[in-house]
Structure formats: C-alpha cells, structure tokens
Ligand binder design. Sequence first.
Ligand SMILES: C[S@@+](CC[C@H](N)C(=O)[O-])C[C@H]1O[C@@H](n2cnc3c(N)ncnc32)[C@H](O)[C@@H]1O
Length: 262
Amino acid sequence: MKLAAALDVLGQIRMILILGLPHVFRAIYAQPSLIFNWTALSRISFANVWMAFGQGSDENTREDKSKLITPHATGVVLDLGAGHGYTASYLDRTKVTKYVALEPNNLMHTHIREKAQAAGFSEANGTLLILSCGAEDIPSIMSSVHSKADTIVSVLSLCTVPNPQNTLLSLVQDVLAPGGEFLFLEHVLSHRADVAWWQKFWTPIWVYVFDGCRLNRPTHLWVKELVDESGESTWSEGRYWDYPCWPEEHLFWRQFGRFVKK
Ligand SMILES: C[S@@+](CC[C@H](N)C(=O)[O-])C[C@H]1O[C@@H](n2cnc3c(N)ncnc32)[C@H](O)[C@@H]1O
C-alpha cells in the first residue's frame, strides 16, 4: 500500500479537529462539567464534523445509493445511525409507509426531521419516528416501532455499533420481517493484507477521534454469513459488491450489500 494512502487518516484527523474542536471548546465554556463527559463531547464534535463529511459522502455515493435504496426500500424502513437523515431523500414515498430514523446523537435530530419532511415524512401524521437509542437496544426498537421493519438500511453505521455481530443477528432475526430487505453501504476491513494492516493500526486512534467508528470490521462478511437457529442461511438471496469509484487501497474500503430475508 502506498504510504500516502496509508497516512490519509492523518489528513482526516486534522479536518475533524478543525471542524469539531471549536464546538467542543464552546460547549465546555458554556458548561464546564462537560469536560468529564467524553460521550457528550464526542457527539458534539461528531454532529458538527458530519455537517461537512456527511454531505460530501452523500454526494459521492448518490448514484449508487439511489440504485441500492430507492427500488428496494418498502413499507416500514428502519435507518440505523440515521445521522442527518440523508437516507430519507432516497425513499420512494409511494412505496415507503414509515421512516424510522434511529440516531443516538440527539444533536442530529433536527436535521433528520428537516430531511424527512422534505421527503414527505412527518411525525404529525405518524410517517416519521425518530429513535434516540442505539441499534443494539433491540427491546427499545421493538417497543417503539410496534411492527416489524420491512427494510433495514445501514449507511456507514455498523462500524460504530457495539457488539456488532450479535446486534446484526438480533436486528435481522427479531426486527426485520420475513421477506424484508437488509440494505447497506459500509466501509469494511479490506481483503488485502496490506490495507487491513493499516486499518487495524489506525483503529485504536480513529475510534476516539470519530465517535467510536472502527476501520477493522468485516461487516459485509458478517451480514452474508448470518444463519438462523437451525444453522441455515438467514437469506433467500443476497450479495455485496465494491464501491466502484474508490481504489482498493482505500482505508475506508466500501461495500454495498442487498440481502433478502427468508
Ligand atoms: C458515519 S455516521 C453515518 C450517518 C448516516 N447514516 C449517513 O450516511 O449520513 C454514523 C452514525 O451512527 C450513529 N451511531 C453511533 N452509535 C450508534 C449506535 N450504537 N447505533 C446506531 N447508530 C449509532 C452516529 O451517531 C452517527 O450518526
């Protein structure tokens, strides 16, 4: 792997500090006790950093996300780690009855509401539900949504979810309806040993800078290999594929995936 690609993270960390730290300092100035609350500070930083990073990421993947999400998302759609709600703009309002945006960072909820409303979903008529819990909190999801999800979408979020393999299994087993679709775009552990080495090297640092995000998760393989209680594949069909626009050398090597539950 070329050294410049391996050190790309340093440029990103610099941008994160430039974009996030002023907001962190302002928050501590307003409320000094926050200095002891790492989670709160990390979320303040992330919500502001994602204003820039999220928009760029969405623009770069718009065409591919349109092909992944728009034709396949139907019924009740659960968006894991909804961020600022970009997924809403890919939903076909004639096929999607409810947009459930799960986002533990409350500082991002206003943007979710705006994007969802622009796409035709609102809390007033029950077509928008914003959840503040994590994706791992299956009981809260089930008690809030009241029905199974017809579609689960995850865009760059499973890198952050705690206990990801168990969380994935429970989400698919307990929350996703039979015949439902699991659609994802995730940056994942590379199949190339040199890239994977650098991903593992940077993860212990990156996890602190970028709100718990990990570069070393083979999420696409975990999804593909999900099995039910009898040891059979959970899926009736499914595949994952490369994000065509980035070189294989990228530390944030991305995979799209579409899997249909039996
Ligand atoms: C990289 S952002 C992606 C946001 C959005 N999906 C997008 O593409 O713009 C990851 C999101 O996951 C959220 N997140 C953090 N912990 C989470 C958890 N335990 N469960 C679900 N989402 C989580 C973060 O707050 C953040 O908004």
